[in-house]
Design a protein around this ligand. Structure first.
Ligand SMILES: Cc1cc2nc3c(=O)[nH]c(=O)nc-3n(C[C@H](O)[C@H](O)[C@H](O)COP(=O)(O)O)c2cc1C
Length: 153
């Protein structure tokens, strides 16, 4: 195990909607970066289909996954929206701004993309939180040690 594996984080599905074309991507590289204004950052690999979509949309949604949603994390983190509808067999609702929010998530956020930074093979998309809600009291799904850990004891 290298030292980077000791950086733990939540697992979320970031969603986007480009003129009715929806997609979602599992992310572990998601973090809060400012209190006022309320900002978060997601780091998205440049080869991902979601990267292409995020460059064309104004907002992204974040479904913070619960410890019971490991399978969801795998679906959105394995397939590409380029050739597969990841929402096909997943229950979801639309947020105020038309972003898919996965049912059973711990919480959701709606973010307005206010900045982007080129960082190596990823791009950082800075999102201002414009809406947010806690949806359940389940424990969140955790990523650490380079794998999904489900729950911390
Ligand atoms: C647990 C987990 C965490 C991941 N975290 C990220 C991440 O933070 N950033 C990223 O670009 N890809 C991440 N991935 C990989 C993408 O989710 C994966 O490549 C996905 O299939 C891309 O889908 P797309 O082509 O529809 O955008 C992660 C995958 C898993 C399983």
């Amino acid at each position: 195990m290298d030292a980077l594996g000791k950086l733990y984080s939540s697992v979320a599905v970031v969603s986007m909607n480009l003129n009715g074309k929806i997609n979602g991507i599992t992310v572990a590289w998601i973090v809060r970066v400012s209190i006022k204004p309320k900002l978060i950052v997601i780091s998205i690999g440049k080869t991902r289909y979601s990267h292409e979509l995020l460059n064309k949309v104004e907002y992204y949604g974040v479904s913070v996954l619960s410890c019971k949603q490991k399978e969801i994390a795998k679906i959105f983190g394995t397939y590409s929206g380029r050739n597969y509808d990841k929402f096909k067999n997943v229950e979801y609702t639309f947020s105020k701004r038309g972003l898919p929010i996965i049912n059973g998530s711990v919480a959701y956020l709606e973010c307005k993309i206010i900045d982007k930074f080129d960082v190596g093979d990823h791009t950082l998309f800075v999102g201002e939180v414009v809406d947010e809600k806690v949806l359940s009291n389940e424990k969140p799904l955790i990523y650490g040690e380079h794998k999904i850990l489900e729950v911390l004891d």
